[in-house]
Design a binder for this molecule. Sequence first.
Ligand SMILES: NC(=O)c1ccc[n+]([C@@H]2O[C@H](COP(=O)([O-])OP(=O)(O)OC[C@H]3O[C@@H](n4cnc5c(N)ncnc54)[C@H](O)[C@@H]3O)[C@@H](O)[C@H]2O)c1
Length: 458
Amino acid sequence: MTKAGMAATGAMFSPAVVKAITLNKKKKKLVLVGTGARGHGFWGKKLVDRYADYVEFAGICDINPGRVKFAKDFMGVSCPTFTSFDEMLEKTDPDLAIVCTVDSTHDEFVIKSLEYGIDVITEKPMVTDEHKCQAIIDAERKSGKKVIVGFNYRWAPYMTKIKELLVNNTIGEVTSVDFHWYLNTYHGASYFRRWHGMTKNSGSLWVHKSTHHFDLVNWWLNSEPEEVMAYGSLEYYGKNGKFRGKKCRDCDHKSECMFFYDILKDEAYTKMYVDNEKYDGYIRDNCLFREEIDIYDKMSAQVKYANNVTLNYSLTTYSPFEGWRIAFNGKDGRIEAWDDIPYYSEMEVDQAELHAAEMDQSDIEKKEHKPIIVHRIREDYERIIVASSKGGHGGGDLRMQNKIFMDPNAPDPYGHAAGTRDGAMSCLIGVAARKSIEEKKAIRIEDLSEYKPQAIKS
Ligand SMILES: NC(=O)c1ccc[n+]([C@@H]2O[C@H](COP(=O)([O-])OP(=O)(O)OC[C@H]3O[C@@H](n4cnc5c(N)ncnc54)[C@H](O)[C@@H]3O)[C@@H](O)[C@H]2O)c1
């Protein structure tokens, strides 16, 4: 039954029941599918703790009955749990669905929610291939409902400052971008332990991880990608290991493997994953040298935008540190920004700047102060200090959820809120990069869906 069908049956209730329903309706009724790490925490407990005046959970669902039970306890909610999304929609009559499952399944739940007649929030990446992308575009149009894509990084103050500098034309017309992202041998390696290691689940890191980065560039440039040429290989993890075992816990190579990970020392992960392996065989401490791994661990792409900007992008998954750096080259100068590059630490704020930034009380989260360099041609460079937030994706998580749940109609001057078109354009760069490697040629974005890239995004 659809949401409209549910409303029709509501007409049969007694006045007292209708009144109770109406009162209850003041809070949005949420359903969540996918109660793993991101689901039960960020889209679960955080909403219970922060937005209880605005939303309430009507149901939570996971294919794994043990994990959904774990999530219910962790979130401290009394709503029913489900292992079938369809049954959850039927029984709970929600207003909004949140999708936080394995990447390759997002389209199924997004489309079912739209067809049921409700808006839906999906975690990134919106989709893992171009066919699923077009199916969501079609379903959204048909339903008249809305897809919200959880692009949290956009909302971080540091990322927003870069946007502001570009919107204000600080370095004139931007002509090219250098963007390099480094994952270390903890975070980077973690993708190879799990479902992410297979393209059929994650679309590869070109989609799973880089969707964040491509979305940022699309948003910063306010333009859309036209063509992608890429290279990539698997040279470190997967088949490249000198030895391999079934899973870390009972591996014969514990003492010689620098990636040995004792999941049993992590109580939360043991409860969430290990204790529930019996239901679905999801092994969280899998060997990252498994032969079945087919994603790339070294990725490099050139993207030409419809406004003629060229992006040089790379993603490394076995860096000694975790961080990123970007440079925008414009006709009047250059902007440089970065995060967590250890060798740049001496460039970070002096004490006077630190004090000034600390006087800025606009943000009650735990602050850090990060520089952005603006270097105009034939001028000295300027260091702009941004009062940023530690954790929660640089403060992006909190700001995105405030907008979605507390004040959806709040002004959005920098266009932070992301929808289907944004979700599509970022995923399609990754899909095109994959195809470019396979087919050894440049791939045009316009060939992947009905969306024609716009030089200036409308
Ligand atoms: N925006 C961010 O910064 C961010 C951070 C982390 C994860 N994520 C996204 O969140 C999603 C979940 O990631 P995670 O780290 O929580 O993974 P996870 O493996 O911990 O959780 C995934 C959950 O989905 C469930 N699931 C899988 N298929 C299902 C199905 N068909 N029906 C119902 N449940 C199903 C699994 O049982 C599991 O509990 C991913 O799409 C990931 O890209 C986003």
